[in-house]
Design a binder for this molecule. Structure first.
Ligand code: FES
Length: 398
């Protein structure tokens, strides 16, 4: 994953624009999503901010690998009606994506918004961390990595997306978690606040940028006054809430839920980093549930993605990422109960669908059921890429 941090403030961005500009927002979902710069959701936020301030946004363009000139050219050619009238392009990508857009749109005002530091990965504890800085940053290689906050402080950048420039301080309340008081944001999602306070709560189907559907049941906690177990991913914090996140009963329950997920999917999902982490955490070596092993054909028909349904745990992240971030509706659920399946299109091959190749589904998939084909290929033409290692996901061995 490429690590980039926002380099200009919202006010600086506006200083680069005029109210007569016809603005295109250009973004990429491939590797900077975690740094809070890219993706359809970020473009929607920026579009709203700009519209509120009287600017004219005429298009949002999400491109899977914005660092490829050919792709950028293809998108320009496909929408000449819009791009011909555009006067300003705001680029929400890494610096290489920006250079590429600048080359393709050399007749327009192209505004850069990020500083790129090199490659890194995602740590559950620290969030995105930079482990392979590019030489121009003058940063030493540090096996512990640099967190985004380190980079923000050292280089005087902006830690959050543009709306944070306008955000007032959120109201705080005190709740009790495992017998101790904890100050958290009022009306925030309980899981978000527990994770922000470094508590290890298992979760497979939740992501703050996609919202909650409560499908995997891994994040269950106990809340005083509420019956049974409650999914923390879909619980809104209330003042004086008393929460239990760890006890023997929860430990056993989470273990069983994880064993059920493992039993329902093919053995390949045990190669997933998230699943391996929770298997180690709950010391799972055998499984008390036995179901018929899945033997679904791997779908290789897409130009850029491979889909292995045997690894799918029905978390629904691909469905939500495709709908909410990419604006497509390529993924869906079919059937009910134990026969539920994630399908592409109207249960047709991936290659036959309207997939926009934004890679959002692969980015969110926690079990590598969807992986980009290009992941192990060296991308030629960009010397920068040869200096860094690509994200950890690897295509399934078949
Ligand atoms: S993370 Fe809460 S139910 Fe899946």
């Amino acid at each position: 994953m490429i690590i980039s941090v926002r380099s200009i403030s919202y006010d600086e961005l506006k200083r680069n624009l005029s109210h007569d500009d016809k603005i295109v927002l250009w973004s990429c979902d491939t590797c900077v999503k975690h740094c809070g710069i890219a993706g359809m959701d970020k473009m929607i936020v920026l579009e709203d901010l700009l519209r509120e301030d009287g600017y004219n946004v005429i298009k949002k363009e999400l491109v899977s690998e914005s660092c490829q000139i050919n792709l950028a050219k293809k998108h320009r050619a496909a929408h000449t009606d819009i791009f011909d009238q555009a006067t300003a392009i705001i680029v929400l990508t890494c610096e290489i994506g920006y250079q590429c857009v600048k080359t393709v749109f050399n007749d327009k005002k192209v505004i850069e918004t990020a500083k790129t530091f090199g490659a890194g990965n995602f740590s559950n504890k620290k969030g995105p961390i930079l482990t392979s800085p590019i030489p121009s940053t003058n940063l030493e290689i540090d096996p512990e990595g640099y967190t985004l906050n380190n980079l923000v402080e050292r280089f005087n950048l902006h830690p959050k997306f543009f709306d944070a420039d306008k955000e007032p301080n959120p109201e705080k309340v005190t709740i009790t978690v495992d017998g101790k008081p904890l100050v958290v944001k009022k009306n925030a999602t309980l899981l978000d606040e527990l994770l922000a306070n470094r508590m290890k709560i298992p979760h497979l189907c939740y992501d703050a940028s996609l919202g909650a559907i409560g499908a995997c049941r891994m994040c269950l906690v106990k809340i005083e006054g509420k019956r049974g177990f409650v999914p923390s991913c879909s619980t809104i914090i209330e003042e004086n809430m008393v929460v239990t996140t760890e006890d023997e009963e929860l430990e056993e329950l989470r273990k069983s839920v994880l064993q059920m997920i493992l039993a329902e999917s093919g053995p390949e999902i045990q190669q997933s980093r998230d699943i391996r982490f929770w298997m180690r955490r709950y010391k799972l070596t055998d499984n008390k549930f036995y179901l018929d092993e899945k033997d679904e054909p791997v779908d290789d028909s897409s130009e850029v993605l491979i889909r292995d349904p045997n690894r799918c745990i029905l978390c629904g992240k691909c469905v939500r990422a495709c709908t909410e971030l990419s604006g497509q509706r390529v993924f869906n659920f079919a059937n009910r109960g134990s026969k539920t399946l994630a399908i592409t299109g109207l249960n047709e091959s991936f290659g036959n669908t309207d997939c926009a190749h934004c890679l959002a589904c692969a980015h969110y998939c926690p079990t590598n059921a969807i992986t980009p084909k290009s992941i192990n290929k060296k991308i030629v033409g960009y010397p920068f890429w040869t200096l860094i290692s690509y994200p950890k996901k690897v295509a399934p061995k078949r």
